[in-house]
Design a protein around this ligand. Structure first.
Ligand SMILES: Nc1ncnc2c1ncn2[C@@H]1O[C@H](COP(=O)(O)OP(=O)(O)OP(=O)(O)O)[C@@H](O)[C@H]1O
Ligand SMILES: [Mg+2]
Length: 339
Protein backbone atom coordinates (compact mmCIF):
# COMPACT_ATOMS: atom_id res chain seq x y z
CA UNK A 1 0.00 0.00 0.00
CA UNK A 2 1.74 3.12 -1.23
CA UNK A 3 0.55 6.45 -2.35
CA UNK A 4 3.05 8.41 -4.41
CA UNK A 5 4.58 10.01 -1.33
CA UNK A 6 4.81 7.60 1.58
CA UNK A 7 4.03 4.07 2.67
CA UNK A 8 0.39 3.91 3.80
CA UNK A 9 1.14 0.97 6.10
CA UNK A 10 2.51 3.61 8.43
CA UNK A 11 -0.93 5.12 8.75
CA UNK A 12 -3.21 2.08 8.65
CA UNK A 13 -1.13 -0.27 10.76
CA UNK A 14 1.50 1.42 12.84
CA UNK A 15 -0.07 4.78 13.64
CA UNK A 16 -3.49 3.15 14.14
CA UNK A 17 -2.08 0.75 16.71
CA UNK A 18 -0.21 3.59 18.45
CA UNK A 19 -3.47 5.51 18.71
CA UNK A 20 -5.36 2.36 19.60
CA UNK A 21 -7.96 3.09 16.92
CA UNK A 22 -9.02 1.68 13.58
CA UNK A 23 -8.30 4.10 10.77
CA UNK A 24 -10.87 3.84 8.03
CA UNK A 25 -9.45 6.35 5.60
CA UNK A 26 -7.35 9.46 5.41
CA UNK A 27 -7.09 12.48 3.21
CA UNK A 28 -4.10 14.67 2.37
CA UNK A 29 -5.22 18.21 3.16
CA UNK A 30 -2.01 20.06 2.24
CA UNK A 31 1.54 19.39 1.20
CA UNK A 32 4.27 21.80 2.21
CA UNK A 33 7.56 21.33 0.41
CA UNK A 34 10.61 22.35 2.40
CA UNK A 35 14.30 22.23 1.54
CA UNK A 36 14.89 19.24 3.83
CA UNK A 37 11.47 17.63 3.97
CA UNK A 38 7.93 17.46 2.65
CA UNK A 39 5.23 17.98 5.22
CA UNK A 40 1.81 16.37 4.74
CA UNK A 41 -1.19 17.57 6.66
CA UNK A 42 -3.50 14.57 6.92
CA UNK A 43 -7.01 14.10 8.16
CA UNK A 44 -7.54 10.65 9.63
CA UNK A 45 -11.05 9.21 9.76
CA UNK A 46 -11.51 6.55 12.44
CA UNK A 47 -13.96 3.63 12.40
CA UNK A 48 -16.14 5.41 14.97
CA UNK A 49 -16.30 8.34 12.53
CA UNK A 50 -14.24 10.66 14.73
CA UNK A 51 -11.42 12.58 13.06
CA UNK A 52 -7.94 13.76 13.84
CA UNK A 53 -5.52 15.95 11.91
CA UNK A 54 -1.84 15.05 11.96
CA UNK A 55 1.37 16.33 10.35
CA UNK A 56 3.56 13.76 8.66
CA UNK A 57 7.06 15.08 8.02
CA UNK A 58 8.99 13.03 5.49
CA UNK A 59 12.67 13.95 5.20
CA UNK A 60 14.33 13.85 1.80
CA UNK A 61 17.09 11.25 1.67
CA UNK A 62 20.62 12.56 2.09
CA UNK A 63 23.78 10.61 1.41
CA UNK A 64 24.25 9.94 5.09
CA UNK A 65 21.74 7.36 6.26
CA UNK A 66 23.09 6.96 9.75
CA UNK A 67 22.95 10.68 10.30
CA UNK A 68 19.33 10.77 9.07
CA UNK A 69 18.37 7.98 11.47
CA UNK A 70 19.93 9.73 14.43
CA UNK A 71 18.36 13.06 13.49
CA UNK A 72 14.86 11.67 13.15
CA UNK A 73 15.00 9.76 16.40
CA UNK A 74 16.45 12.79 18.13
CA UNK A 75 13.73 15.11 16.79
CA UNK A 76 11.02 12.74 18.02
CA UNK A 77 12.52 12.09 21.46
CA UNK A 78 13.32 15.74 22.11
CA UNK A 79 9.81 16.83 21.16
CA UNK A 80 8.44 14.07 23.39
CA UNK A 81 10.56 15.23 26.34
CA UNK A 82 9.32 18.80 25.99
CA UNK A 83 5.74 17.73 25.35
CA UNK A 84 5.81 15.86 28.68
CA UNK A 85 7.30 18.86 30.48
CA UNK A 86 4.59 21.20 29.25
CA UNK A 87 1.54 18.97 28.92
CA UNK A 88 -0.24 20.05 32.11
CA UNK A 89 0.26 23.72 31.31
CA UNK A 90 -2.68 25.74 30.03
CA UNK A 91 -0.71 28.72 28.76
CA UNK A 92 2.48 27.25 27.33
CA UNK A 93 2.61 24.12 25.24
CA UNK A 94 4.53 21.93 22.83
CA UNK A 95 3.14 19.92 19.89
CA UNK A 96 2.37 16.28 20.62
CA UNK A 97 4.63 13.82 18.79
CA UNK A 98 2.91 10.55 17.87
CA UNK A 99 5.27 8.32 15.95
CA UNK A 100 8.60 8.15 14.15
CA UNK A 101 10.16 5.72 11.73
CA UNK A 102 13.81 6.29 10.84
CA UNK A 103 13.87 3.81 7.92
CA UNK A 104 11.01 5.66 6.26
CA UNK A 105 12.43 9.02 7.42
CA UNK A 106 9.06 9.95 8.90
CA UNK A 107 7.95 11.82 12.02
CA UNK A 108 4.24 12.25 12.80
CA UNK A 109 2.74 14.74 15.24
CA UNK A 110 -0.79 15.66 16.20
CA UNK A 111 -1.93 18.97 14.81
CA UNK A 112 -2.05 21.78 17.35
CA UNK A 113 -4.70 24.26 16.35
CA UNK A 114 -3.47 27.80 16.18
CA UNK A 115 -1.91 30.32 13.86
CA UNK A 116 1.74 30.47 12.98
CA UNK A 117 3.32 33.55 14.62
CA UNK A 118 5.48 34.30 11.59
CA UNK A 119 2.42 34.45 9.34
CA UNK A 120 0.59 36.69 11.81
CA UNK A 121 3.51 39.09 12.09
CA UNK A 122 4.61 39.15 8.44
CA UNK A 123 1.06 39.72 7.19
CA UNK A 124 -0.61 41.79 9.86
CA UNK A 125 2.12 44.13 11.08
CA UNK A 126 2.89 45.53 7.61
CA UNK A 127 1.99 49.13 6.65
CA UNK A 128 -0.36 50.73 9.18
CA UNK A 129 -1.70 48.24 11.71
CA UNK A 130 -4.33 49.59 14.10
CA UNK A 131 -3.35 50.23 17.74
CA UNK A 132 -5.61 47.40 18.90
CA UNK A 133 -3.97 44.98 16.49
CA UNK A 134 -0.52 46.04 17.68
CA UNK A 135 -1.61 45.43 21.27
CA UNK A 136 -2.84 41.97 20.33
CA UNK A 137 0.44 41.08 18.68
CA UNK A 138 2.40 42.59 21.58
CA UNK A 139 0.55 40.16 23.82
CA UNK A 140 1.58 37.25 21.58
CA UNK A 141 5.28 38.08 21.56
CA UNK A 142 5.15 38.87 25.29
CA UNK A 143 3.81 35.37 25.88
CA UNK A 144 6.48 33.93 23.60
CA UNK A 145 9.05 35.54 25.91
CA UNK A 146 7.30 33.95 28.89
CA UNK A 147 7.34 30.59 27.14
CA UNK A 148 11.10 30.82 26.62
CA UNK A 149 11.68 31.79 30.24
CA UNK A 150 9.69 28.77 31.38
CA UNK A 151 11.54 26.48 28.96
CA UNK A 152 14.88 27.69 30.27
CA UNK A 153 13.89 27.07 33.89
CA UNK A 154 14.03 23.30 33.33
CA UNK A 155 17.19 22.07 35.03
CA UNK A 156 19.87 20.65 32.75
CA UNK A 157 20.43 17.01 33.70
CA UNK A 158 24.16 16.52 33.30
CA UNK A 159 26.76 18.56 35.05
CA UNK A 160 27.39 21.32 32.52
CA UNK A 161 30.25 23.63 31.91
CA UNK A 162 30.00 27.35 31.56
CA UNK A 163 30.08 29.32 28.33
CA UNK A 164 33.66 29.98 27.22
CA UNK A 165 35.05 32.82 25.13
CA UNK A 166 36.95 30.48 22.79
CA UNK A 167 33.86 28.74 21.52
CA UNK A 168 32.14 32.08 20.88
CA UNK A 169 35.09 33.38 18.89
CA UNK A 170 35.50 30.11 16.98
CA UNK A 171 31.88 30.20 15.89
CA UNK A 172 32.18 33.74 14.59
CA UNK A 173 35.58 33.32 12.93
CA UNK A 174 34.60 30.13 11.17
CA UNK A 175 31.73 31.91 9.51
CA UNK A 176 33.70 35.08 8.89
CA UNK A 177 36.44 33.11 7.14
CA UNK A 178 33.93 31.97 4.51
CA UNK A 179 32.62 35.50 4.08
CA UNK A 180 36.12 37.01 3.81
CA UNK A 181 37.23 34.57 1.14
CA UNK A 182 34.23 35.43 -1.04
CA UNK A 183 35.43 38.31 -3.27
CA UNK A 184 31.90 39.32 -4.23
CA UNK A 185 31.01 40.38 -0.72
CA UNK A 186 33.90 42.84 -0.51
CA UNK A 187 34.19 42.21 3.17
CA UNK A 188 36.76 44.45 4.78
CA UNK A 189 39.35 42.26 6.54
CA UNK A 190 39.78 44.93 9.21
CA UNK A 191 36.17 44.39 10.11
CA UNK A 192 36.98 40.84 11.21
CA UNK A 193 39.57 42.20 13.64
CA UNK A 194 37.12 44.78 14.91
CA UNK A 195 34.48 42.11 15.48
CA UNK A 196 36.97 40.04 17.47
CA UNK A 197 37.90 43.08 19.56
CA UNK A 198 34.23 43.88 20.05
CA UNK A 199 33.53 40.38 21.38
CA UNK A 200 36.65 40.35 23.55
CA UNK A 201 35.81 43.64 25.20
CA UNK A 202 32.17 42.66 25.79
CA UNK A 203 33.33 39.36 27.27
CA UNK A 204 35.26 41.20 30.00
CA UNK A 205 31.94 42.56 31.23
CA UNK A 206 30.10 39.23 31.29
CA UNK A 207 29.25 38.13 34.84
CA UNK A 208 29.94 34.57 36.07
CA UNK A 209 26.22 34.13 36.63
CA UNK A 210 25.50 34.89 32.96
CA UNK A 211 27.93 32.20 31.78
CA UNK A 212 25.63 29.44 33.01
CA UNK A 213 23.94 27.09 30.59
CA UNK A 214 20.40 25.84 30.08
CA UNK A 215 18.64 23.70 27.46
CA UNK A 216 18.49 25.17 23.97
CA UNK A 217 15.67 25.04 21.49
CA UNK A 218 18.24 26.13 18.86
CA UNK A 219 15.68 27.38 16.37
CA UNK A 220 13.43 29.55 18.50
CA UNK A 221 12.00 31.51 15.59
CA UNK A 222 8.65 33.02 14.69
CA UNK A 223 7.80 30.16 12.31
CA UNK A 224 8.18 27.59 15.08
CA UNK A 225 5.58 29.21 17.32
CA UNK A 226 1.82 28.70 17.14
CA UNK A 227 -0.68 31.01 18.81
CA UNK A 228 -3.88 29.34 19.99
CA UNK A 229 -6.04 31.95 21.72
CA UNK A 230 -4.13 32.66 24.94
CA UNK A 231 -1.79 29.74 24.52
CA UNK A 232 1.70 29.59 22.96
CA UNK A 233 2.68 26.25 21.39
CA UNK A 234 6.22 25.59 20.19
CA UNK A 235 7.46 23.02 17.69
CA UNK A 236 10.52 21.98 15.68
CA UNK A 237 12.83 20.65 18.40
CA UNK A 238 15.95 18.95 17.16
CA UNK A 239 18.07 17.67 19.98
CA UNK A 240 18.66 17.87 23.72
CA UNK A 241 21.45 20.36 23.79
CA UNK A 242 22.64 22.92 26.29
CA UNK A 243 24.10 26.36 25.76
CA UNK A 244 23.62 29.96 26.74
CA UNK A 245 20.10 31.21 27.46
CA UNK A 246 21.05 34.24 25.37
CA UNK A 247 21.29 32.07 22.25
CA UNK A 248 17.54 31.43 21.87
CA UNK A 249 16.62 34.80 23.38
CA UNK A 250 18.65 36.81 20.88
CA UNK A 251 17.65 34.54 17.98
CA UNK A 252 13.99 35.54 18.23
CA UNK A 253 14.96 39.17 18.86
CA UNK A 254 17.25 39.18 15.82
CA UNK A 255 14.52 37.80 13.59
CA UNK A 256 12.15 40.56 14.65
CA UNK A 257 14.76 43.28 14.11
CA UNK A 258 15.36 42.00 10.55
CA UNK A 259 11.90 43.30 9.68
CA UNK A 260 13.29 46.79 10.14
CA UNK A 261 15.16 46.26 6.86
CA UNK A 262 11.86 46.13 5.03
CA UNK A 263 10.16 49.43 4.33
CA UNK A 264 6.68 47.88 4.68
CA UNK A 265 7.23 47.58 8.43
CA UNK A 266 7.39 50.62 10.68
CA UNK A 267 10.59 50.59 12.72
CA UNK A 268 8.93 51.93 15.83
CA UNK A 269 6.31 49.17 15.80
CA UNK A 270 9.03 46.53 15.52
CA UNK A 271 10.80 48.17 18.49
CA UNK A 272 7.58 47.97 20.50
CA UNK A 273 7.30 44.26 19.68
CA UNK A 274 10.91 43.41 20.57
CA UNK A 275 10.47 45.26 23.86
CA UNK A 276 7.30 43.27 24.64
CA UNK A 277 9.12 40.04 23.89
CA UNK A 278 11.96 40.91 26.28
CA UNK A 279 9.53 42.11 28.95
CA UNK A 280 7.70 38.79 28.66
CA UNK A 281 11.02 37.03 29.16
CA UNK A 282 11.42 39.03 32.35
CA UNK A 283 13.73 41.94 31.55
CA UNK A 284 12.85 44.61 29.00
CA UNK A 285 16.43 45.92 28.91
CA UNK A 286 18.27 42.62 28.65
CA UNK A 287 19.40 43.60 25.14
CA UNK A 288 22.00 45.78 26.88
CA UNK A 289 23.57 42.73 28.51
CA UNK A 290 27.09 42.10 27.11
CA UNK A 291 26.50 38.39 26.48
CA UNK A 292 23.22 39.18 24.75
CA UNK A 293 25.17 41.51 22.45
CA UNK A 294 27.73 38.81 21.68
CA UNK A 295 25.03 36.31 20.70
CA UNK A 296 23.22 38.93 18.67
CA UNK A 297 26.44 39.52 16.76
CA UNK A 298 26.68 35.77 16.10
CA UNK A 299 23.18 35.75 14.62
CA UNK A 300 23.96 38.79 12.47
CA UNK A 301 27.09 37.21 11.05
CA UNK A 302 25.30 33.95 10.46
CA UNK A 303 22.57 35.83 8.63
CA UNK A 304 25.14 37.70 6.57
CA UNK A 305 26.71 34.40 5.49
CA UNK A 306 23.37 32.86 4.61
CA UNK A 307 22.12 35.84 2.63
CA UNK A 308 25.39 36.05 0.74
CA UNK A 309 25.16 32.35 -0.18
CA UNK A 310 21.64 32.87 -1.42
CA UNK A 311 22.74 35.72 -3.62
CA UNK A 312 25.54 33.54 -5.01
CA UNK A 313 23.23 30.71 -5.99
CA UNK A 314 19.97 32.26 -6.98
CA UNK A 315 18.99 34.94 -9.43
CA UNK A 316 15.71 35.60 -7.72
CA UNK A 317 15.76 38.54 -5.38
CA UNK A 318 19.42 38.86 -6.18
CA UNK A 319 19.40 42.62 -5.85
CA UNK A 320 17.49 42.42 -2.63
CA UNK A 321 19.97 39.96 -1.09
CA UNK A 322 22.84 42.15 -2.19
CA UNK A 323 21.19 45.10 -0.52
CA UNK A 324 20.62 43.09 2.69
CA UNK A 325 24.26 42.00 2.70
CA UNK A 326 25.41 45.58 2.39
CA UNK A 327 22.96 46.76 5.03
CA UNK A 328 23.94 44.03 7.48
CA UNK A 329 27.60 44.87 7.00
CA UNK A 330 26.94 48.55 7.63
CA UNK A 331 25.05 47.63 10.77
CA UNK A 332 27.84 45.37 12.01
CA UNK A 333 30.33 48.12 11.26
CA UNK A 334 28.32 50.60 13.28
CA UNK A 335 28.00 48.21 16.20
CA UNK A 336 31.68 47.37 16.47
CA UNK A 337 32.70 51.01 16.07
CA UNK A 338 30.60 52.40 18.90
CA UNK A 339 32.27 52.31 22.23
N1 LIG B 1 1.87 19.31 14.90
C1 LIG B 1 1.71 20.45 14.23
N2 LIG B 1 0.65 21.26 14.51
C2 LIG B 1 0.45 22.41 13.85
N3 LIG B 1 1.27 22.88 12.87
C3 LIG B 1 2.33 22.14 12.54
C4 LIG B 1 2.62 20.89 13.19
N4 LIG B 1 3.74 20.38 12.65
C5 LIG B 1 4.14 21.26 11.70
N5 LIG B 1 3.30 22.32 11.61
C6 LIG B 1 3.38 23.46 10.67
O1 LIG B 1 4.32 23.16 9.65
C7 LIG B 1 5.40 24.09 9.65
C8 LIG B 1 6.72 23.38 9.38
O2 LIG B 1 6.98 22.42 10.39
P1 LIG B 1 8.46 22.26 11.02
O3 LIG B 1 8.87 23.52 11.63
O4 LIG B 1 8.44 21.04 11.88
O5 LIG B 1 9.29 21.94 9.70
P2 LIG B 1 10.69 22.50 9.22
O6 LIG B 1 10.94 21.88 7.92
O7 LIG B 1 11.67 22.30 10.30
O8 LIG B 1 10.45 24.02 9.02
P3 LIG B 1 11.52 25.21 9.14
O9 LIG B 1 12.79 24.72 8.54
O10 LIG B 1 10.87 26.31 8.39
O11 LIG B 1 11.63 25.49 10.59
C9 LIG B 1 5.36 24.76 11.01
O12 LIG B 1 5.88 26.06 10.95
C10 LIG B 1 3.89 24.71 11.37
O13 LIG B 1 3.22 25.85 10.86
MG1 LIG C 1 10.07 25.03 11.55
Amino acid sequence: MHNQYFNEELIYNVLASKLNKIIQSYQILNIINRPLSSIFRLELVFADNSRMTVYLKKYHPTNNNIYDTIQIESEFKTTKFWYEQFKENEKYGVIKPLYFNPEQRVVISEESKGQNLSKIIFKQVRYFPSPSLIRKIQEMVHRSGEWLYKFQSVQVKEETQKIALDSLLDYVNLRLAKIVENPKIEFDINLQKKINNYINSLWEKVSEQDKQMCYLHSDFSLSNILVQNEKIIVLDFNKMESGSPFHDLSRFYHQLTLLKNKPIYQKKIIDVLTKSFLTGYGDGSIDRNPLFKIYLMQHRINHLGKTARYWEHSRIENLYSRWIVRNTMKEIYKLVSEK
